[in-house]
Design a protein around this ligand. Structure first.
Ligand code: ATP
Ligand code: MG
Length: 509
């Protein structure tokens, strides 16, 4: 089995050339033979007629065997390429000059003889050869008696035995050899040109298939050399092979990205499981230790120590239940089990609550927490508890991931969307009013390579881990999904060591 496309094409081409060569050879030889026959027959066109006039073959209506024999041997001596026969009106061979065993046909077809005598056109006309089973060119003429009664035909096969060997004769012919040589040389030239062309055409395919195989061998992790640069070029200017190559590189790049993403996702999940089991076990063990101590030594402890143990057990228990709540919340969000109950919310109220809750955290770090509203009476149409959760998560993150003396600003502004939908009330001038809420900080920022993952559950950046060991990487995942439930999207814009801005847009009413 031939694997290479080039070899297969070359083989097909070779077979086609051999067939073509054989056909050309056959055609050449056939037309050559036909031409030779025509010429010879034309030369001998009136030979039979002439001989009938010149020699006496019949006397008193009877074949004169002696004079026939003489005449035939004389003519055949003069022209050794001819064989003479007298044929009767039914086509029987009446006389010839040859050993009887050489005559294998005693009766021949008269039709070609009659056609020849009548028209002498469309040469060559072939007639039966009494000495073989072949058909040959001939000259013929009718023989009449004195009263013009048809007696028989003089039938002359031209170059009978010699003609059998015409192929050999042709091969010995110089012109034939020259023509054959030129034809062969032309065909070899064509064949070589075509092979070269095929080679040129199949080369890019060979290269591409090698690259595909290498890509597969690298377990779909390594782009072929130079692929990046090729991808950055304008693929419109490439030919079909180039476009194919471009598509393959694009596909390979996509596969590498997706595999990387899946791997990272998988790593995050494994990491999370390890964290969760650790984070669940540690507080449980802590609560248990406090309770056991109280059980065993409760009476020996001072009231103060007892109270302290109970408080610590409660705090630990609260942390544990918050974490379990968050895990459940995320699971329910991922399974689409949480519904939102939107209502018109006055943002200033919600933001003051948020401020009251988080200002302590901010002032502990000497962070300047500010709320800036375009108007005091701005409203949004959202689920109040979920929106509170969203704001708390974003502002808490901003405070947590901003170093001391930094700044966190919650900004609310009105934007107008050109979109008008049947469900939304417009504000009179035809445009739907929306509100943009953004939370900006002057903190550590998020590294560019981490940005695609921050909305993934359990993801925590290296710098994030350093400043907040308690985090679970769930806050942003929950926030982003809650906003999706409101038909909105959480947008992030961050520069490392400069700050981060999270923003989203909600309908005003
Ligand atoms: N404002 C921010 N500035 C810099 N990094 C941030 C900011 N907000 C989030 N991040 C990064 O994104 C990660 C994910 O945040 P997310 O709120 O989901 O989890 P977390 O804060 O680590 O834990 P928790 O589930 O307790 O909120 C953080 O670990 C941190 O690395
Ligand atoms: Mg957080």
């Amino acid at each position: 089995m031939i694997q290479s496309l080039y070899r297969r094409l070359a083989l097909i081409l070779l077979v086609m050339f051999i067939i073509l060569g054989a056909f050309l050879f056959w055609f050449y030889e056939n037309s050559n033979q036909s031409l030779q026959r025509e010429t010879s027959q034309k030369i001998h066109l009136h030979l039979a007629e002439y001989l009938v006039q010149e020699i006496t073959l019949f006397s008193d209506g009877e074949l004169d065997h002696d004079s026939v024999k003489d005449a035939f041997s004389n003519v055949m001596r003069l022209d050794p390429g001819t064989e003479l026969y007298v044929i009767d009106k039914q086509g029987h061979v009446m006389a010839y000059d040859a050993p009887p065993e050489k005559i294998i046909r005693k009766k021949i077809d008269l039709a070609p003889i009659l056609t020849f005598i009548e028209s002498k056109e469309s040469l060559p006309i072939l007639g039966d050869d009494p000495r073989s089973d072949k058909q040959k060119i001939f000259s013929a003429a009718p023989i009449y008696d004195a009263d013009e009664n048809l007696l028989s035909y003089l039938y002359i096969i031209i170059k009978g035995e010699v003609y059998d060997d015409v192929a050999t004769a042709l091969q010995a012919n110089k012109t034939w050899w020259i023509s054959l040589g030129m034809m062969g040389a032309g065909m070899i030239f064509l064949l070589l040109t075509a092979l070269l062309l095929f080679n040129k055409l199949t080369q890019p395919l060979v290269k591409l298939s090698r690259e595909v195989a290498n890509f597969e061998q690298s377990n779909f992790t390594e782009l072929p050399q130079g692929a990046q640069q090729f991808l950055s070029e304008n693929h419109e200017k490439h030919d079909e092979f180039g476009k194919l190559q471009h598509s393959f590189y694009g596909m390979a790049q996509h596969i590498i990205d997706q595999l990387g993403y899946l791997k990272k996702h998988d790593d995050l999940r494994s990491e999370f499981l390890a964290h969760v089991s650790h984070d669940l076990r540690t507080p449980l063990a802590g609560v248990r230790a406090y309770l056991e101590t109280l059980q065993l030594k409760g009476n020996d402890l001072s009231d103060e120590s007892r109270q302290d143990f109970i408080n610590k057990a409660l705090v630990t228990n609260n942390r544990l239940s918050t974490m379990i709540d968050e895990l459940f919340e995320l699971a329910r969000l991922e399974y689409g089990e949480i519904e939102v109950n939107p209502e018109t919310i006055v943002l200033s109220d919600l933001l003051s609550d948020m401020y009251a809750t988080l200002s302590n955290l901010a002032s502990k770090k000497n962070i300047n927490l500010q709320v800036k509203m375009q108007h005091d009476d701005l409203t949004v149409y959202a689920d109040v508890a979920r929106l509170d959760r969203i704001l708390q998560n974003l502002v808490a993150n901003a405070i947590q991931y901003t170093p001391e003396k930094g700044e966190v600003v919650v900004e609310v502004s009105v934007i107008r969307s050109a979109l008008i939908t049947a469900q939304t009330t417009d504000n009179g001038d035809g445009a739907k009013q929306q509100v943009k809420i953004s939370v900006k900080d002057t903190g550590q920022g998020i590294a560019e390579e981490d940005l695609p993952y921050i909305f993934e559950p359990y993801f925590r950046s290296e710098s994030g881990r350093r400043v907040n060991q308690e985090g679970k990487g769930l806050g942003l995942a929950i926030t982003a999904r809650l906003l999706e439930l409101h038909g909105s999207q959480l947008i992030v814009n961050s520069h490392e060591n400069k700050g981060t801005e999270f923003s989203f847009v909600l309908n005003s009413n």
